[in-house]
Design a protein around this ligand. Structure first.
Ligand code: ADP
Length: 273
């Protein structure tokens, strides 16, 4: 089973979820069973108690799970039904670990973020991925957030435990324009530096920008972030987010992901997708 982890840099609300869902859609077009996990690093157990004015409406799943809106994107883009197990929150993780501690399950151990919380996170990802060929895992928030740290550490351990060809890290960042109309890569460089400081090296960078990334911008990102130039993709502003899968397909994102995960031989030929 393959895992695609999607992190975000610079700021939230960038389009990480849409990028992940679009990647998933293209893999599903290529004949793979794709599922997704959304990680929300907040302490609420679920989105049911959250103010919709702050957070957007609650999305209700078939099993009655009250979850983040993003799960709706995944269901619509991937054409699958999800359950509340596909939305991991800090509230759920800690509640389970603390209840296990009270029940004496840890047999006197000191219960800690590493390994107890990180083990619970890894278990949830593995369980939600069961039955799929590829599982997308989107980490909410931005790299560097205190709340997100245990998840990034869990992903580092997860990658260490799997074969290299089964794991892919995609980092979505903002590429803004300067006053004189130049695309700026510094925010991307900084967020990748932050990722690397916690032991994660992205395999793919997706730059959210008003327009397509220039070749020069891609080369600069590649050089500073230590990825090949063809691992840098644009996700520019579109009128309708359902165009994003087509846009990133044109950029060759699906082919690159399949190549990195060693899936090309099992994929449907392009004319049958
Ligand atoms: P994140 O997961 O980074 O918080 P989302 O994927 O939820 O971000 O997207 C945030 C907002 O940006 C949503 O309203 C989404 O529809 C919009 N969006 C995402 N990608 C694009 C794009 N390429 N063009 C225009 N709007 C986009």
């Amino acid at each position: 089973r393959k895992f695609v982890f999607v992190t975000g840099g610079v700021m939230s609300g960038l389009g990480k979820g849409i990028t992940a869902a679009s990647t998933g859609r293209l893999l599903s077009n290529a004949g793979f069973d794709v599922t997704a996990v959304k990680i929300d690093p907040y302490l609420n157990v679920d989105a049911g108690t959250m103010n919709p004015y702050q957070h957007g409406e609650v999305y209700v799943l078939k099993d009655g799970g009250e979850v983040d809106l993003d799960l709706g994107n995944y269901e619509r883009f991937l054409g699958v039904d999800m359950t509340s197990d596909h939305n991991v929150t800090t509230g759920k993780v800690y509640k389970n670990v603390i209840e296990s501690e009270r029940a004496g399950d840890y047999l006197g151990e000191t219960v800690q973020v590493i390994p107890h919380i990180t083990n619970d996170i890894k278990r949830r990802i593995r369980e939600a991925a069961e039955g799929s060929d590829v599982c997308l895992v989107e980490i909410g928030g931005t790299v560097g957030d205190i709340e997100g740290m245990p998840y990034l550490e869990a992903l580092r351990q997860f990658a260490h435990e799997q074969d290299d060809e089964d794991i892919l890290f995609t980092h979505v960042t903002l590429v803004p324009y300067s006053k004189n109309g130049e695309q700026k890569t510094k925010p991307t460089q900084h967020s990748v530096k932050e990722l690397r400081s916690i032991g994660l090296q992205p395999d793919i960078l997706v730059g959210r920008s008003e327009n397509e990334l220039d070749d020069k911008t891609k080369e600069k990102i590649a050089l500073f972030c230590d990825v090949p130039t063809d691992a840098v993709f644009s996700n520019s502003d579109v009128e309708d987010v359902y165009h994003v899968p087509l846009m990133v397909e044109e950029e060759g994102l699906d082919e690159y992901v399949m190549q990195e995960l060693n899936l090309q031989d099992e994929a449907l030929p392009p004319e049958e997708r």
